[in-house]
Design a protein around this ligand. Structure first.
Ligand code: ZN
Length: 300
């Protein structure tokens, strides 16, 4: 608790309670907080800790961080960043969306470095938020931990000779999602528009929708190549074929649930019937099949 320096931060910690089911894919280092560092290119890395995957981009002008994990990972994150010039070398932090497992590091790092995100991320972090599925409440963040640079459709950062396009895709995982394109390096950070290999969480209460997520993922697929390296919000470093498989799952499972609903089946009956055998592997790692069916059903 020593790193909690004020009441607001203490309130935030208390507000987050455990998920009602195991989230094995998220807990790479649950016992001793630390990061696994995965090299993406010679100057881009993926850090895997407890929450969402973090992107790190370094160069002569400094470092850009994409997402910053849970608050209880902040000491470990600062340690991991020493390899990349430390906290003092940070130029920008980008938040792909408002969720705690992508933004609580703002509490430790914000104020020292500007935070960039979609307008709706700032709005949500300034007010109380709730995710009923996870019985999770997020209290307002202090102003220094909230994005100070926001945009509505698209913005571009020019740093270290790279063109970083931050593009908003509406109402997919939430209502404030950004996908980050490194145009020269041919790398994409998807935020939570991509859970590589498993059913994703879609935050319908925050404006997310499974069908729109599929549409957005199709747009990203049209903007990348076979050689593009993809950092998913959760899961291993991926490539275009992995994102295509994820898109196929979104579309395929949505069609199955929609067809059953059109036949007049109730949600309870659809849950009892279940999805076809081909989608079973996607239930390993994060969301159970029944939770996924619920999210799809309520997105129709
Ligand atoms: Zn999320």
């Amino acid at each position: 608790m020593k790193h909690l320096v004020n009441g607001l931060r203490r309130a935030l910690l208390v507000a987050f309670v455990a998920l009602p089911f195991s989230v094995t894919a998220d807990n790479h280092n649950a016992k001793s907080p630390s990061y696994q560092t995965v090299e993406v290119t010679e100057n881009i890395w993926m850090l895997q800790g407890k929450g969402g995957n973090i992107g790190v981009f370094t160069g002569d002008q400094g470092t850009v961080l994409i997402d910053d994990d849970y608050q209880d990972m902040s000491d470990a994150l600062k340690t991991a960043l020493k390899t990349f010039g430390g906290v003092d070398s940070l130029n920008y932090i980008i938040n792909t969306h408002w969720h705690a497992d992508h933004t609580q590091g703002n509490l430790a790092l914000g104020g020292k470095v500007p935070i960039v995100a979609h307008n709706n991320v700032r709005t949500r972090l300034l007010s109380s938020q709730e995710i009923k599925l996870f019985k999770m409440v997020s209290e307002p963040y202090p102003v220094e931990a909230v994005p100070s640079i926001t945009y509505s459709q698209k913005m571009t950062l020019h740093i270290n000779g790279e063109t970083i396009e931050i593009v908003h895709f509406p109402n997919g995982h939430t209502d404030g999602d950004s996908v980050i394109f490194f145009r020269n390096a041919n790398v994409v950070h998807m935020g939570d528009h991509f859970f590589s290999g498993f059913f994703p969480f879609v935050d319908i209460g925050s404006g997310g929708n499974v069908g729109q997520m599929a549409t957005n993922v199709a747009s990203v697929l049209s903007m990348i190549t076979e050689d593009t390296k993809i950092i998913p919000g959760h899961g291993p470093l991926s490539k275009k074929s992995d994102l295509e498989a994820f898109h196929g799952m979104l579309v395929g499972t949505s069609k199955e649930v929609s067809d059953m609903k059109k036949q007049g089946l109730s949600l309870e009956a659809i849950l009892a019937e279940g999805l076809s055998e081909q989608w079973k592997p996607w239930a390993k790692g994060f969301l159970p099949e029944k939770v996924w069916i619920n999210l799809v059903y309520h997105s129709l």
